[in-house]
Design a protein around this ligand. Sequence first.
Ligand code: BDP
Length: 647
Amino acid sequence: MGSSGAERAAERLLLAALCSVCQALQDGMLFPTESPSREVKDVSGLWIFRADESPERSRGFEQQWYKSPLAETGPVIDMPVPSSYNDITQDAQIRDFIGWVWYEKDVWVPARWIQDRGTRIVLRVGSAHYYSVLWVNGVKVTEHVGGHLPFEADISGVLRQTSGNQCRITIAVNNTLTLETLPPGTIQYMTDRSRYPAGYFVQNTNFDFFNYAGIHRPVLLYTTPKAHIDDITVETTFSDNIGLVSFNVSVLGSSKAAVKVTLSAQDGRCVASADGSRGVLKVTDVNLWWPYLMHENPAYLYSMEVSVHRTCKCLTSVTDVYTLPVGIRTVKVTSTQFLINNKPFYFHGVNKHEDADIRGKGFDWPLVVKDFNLMKWMGANSFRTSHYPYAEEILQMADRHGIVIIDECPGVGIKDIRSFGNVSLAHHLTFMEELVRRDKNHPSVVMWSVANEPASEMPPAGFYFKELVSHTRSLDSSRPVTYITASNYARDLGAPYVDVICVNSYFSWYQDPGHTELIGLQLNTQFDNWYGKYQKPIIQSEYGADAVPGLHSDPPMMFTEEYQKTVLQNYHNVFDQKRKEFVIGELIWNFADFMTSQSIIRVVGNKKGIFTRQRQPKAGAFLLRERYWRIANETGVLPTWARYPCL
Ligand code: BDP
């Protein structure tokens, strides 16, 4: 059988994956911000859109849809950016579409950006799922493999050579997953002609969330001077009342540029400064970055201004300025504790998804702010970015509110032995490089998670995770590394390499459904076995039960709010014992209900949220709220305004 369009799309995807693996990450990926030397123009909003519904999914490339306005190639529809495209229309074919979709927008680029040849103009996509190709005025400027992370291209040359300050941006996005993508997936062709029409295929995956696709985060144009700050890396520590900020600045576009770094306190006072692209700043009477509910003045951020100067005939001029928020804190792990600033930290938090009605995984400020308000309301001090990196704006919120993050890569659903091969591993290593490059400076990020529930009992998993964890450590030695396991302690081959054991379990749900009376025994056994074998601190990284809001029964039955509450209470009894020993955290699955693919075990999505998908509390939310505030009152130093009134 000759390969069909979707197979070819998958091949193209694979080739691109290989090609991106070959390129070591050379450039930085600083979040675009405005400064005296930089401008940002958000070109999100309404774009036009066309799904390539040709059986081969390849017509767009064959007919070069990027060469002319998309509307001239055939029918187009309006599509908001950022948003997943899946739930925007009434068309089930668009909702479930697999293959290439095309986005286009005409934008005006300020004339002075084009005229000033000392200005670099960069086009940046916050994230698009999964594989993207970008053209400007019909000229290909970049491509990128992987959802959930940003990519960008310097488009100054193209703009200056093509039609000037009118700029047609075309982005083709393909959501096909293969055995080597993250997450992995397979395309299955249905060949029984009595049941399926010719060419019928489905995308199979092993993860429990809808494979939303499209341009998920803002699209920006921004400028930098030619001689510009390309990347900044900070690492922090402290001793007594002296904070230390080591920095490393890379400058591109000039060999003669001099770097100056100034650190200011929140009141604007300069507290330290240095010349040179590398060095250490000393801060006396340091204000450390503390998590929410652990200190009366949490989330203290300094502001680090990095500037690049050029001297020409005795005149010094500033060419580029970038300001980075810096939180000074340390993270360490012992055999029984997780220490932030040398004090034991207990994760009482949530697992989340980027997921909401209509917009799917599209970035949305009202949703982000609402979610932070809900987390703070319930006394959560942490969340895990299950099962992929979240938008940078979310990490910035966490920095500013003191919410601690376990930052996860989309290594979810690695269940097929063919996904443990060299190509997969190389892509996984590259993904971790891109993730660390993006998130390394966030004080809120305290641990990297390289995968969720891989088939870690399969023989290649030992080598795979040894490489993955040690590579991640070599990228960032200041944070612990983990992956999330659901394997049996005796068969897990990757656990020897991680710093913290993160275990998911669903006693009385997937195991012994209905039998909440078994949770105590089974959970105790789980903890004792894992700790006995590895002597590493343990986080219960997922636990929970589905609850359809408004369903009630007493005695509790599965799917009711009472059952969800009972499951949580039984887990909590054990956590309260074990947190005196080596359990360092509990993260409920899940913060909110979320969409999944359709299946007989899902009723319009996964209902394990303690909030509905619309962010209304179920009974479990009130239970957790009381618990989290009680724990915070016992373990933290809270300002009076933050005390939960009923305790
Ligand atoms: C866990 C997975 C998570 C699922 C959850 C569930 O890590 O992605 O959504 O099960 O089934 O094993 O609710």
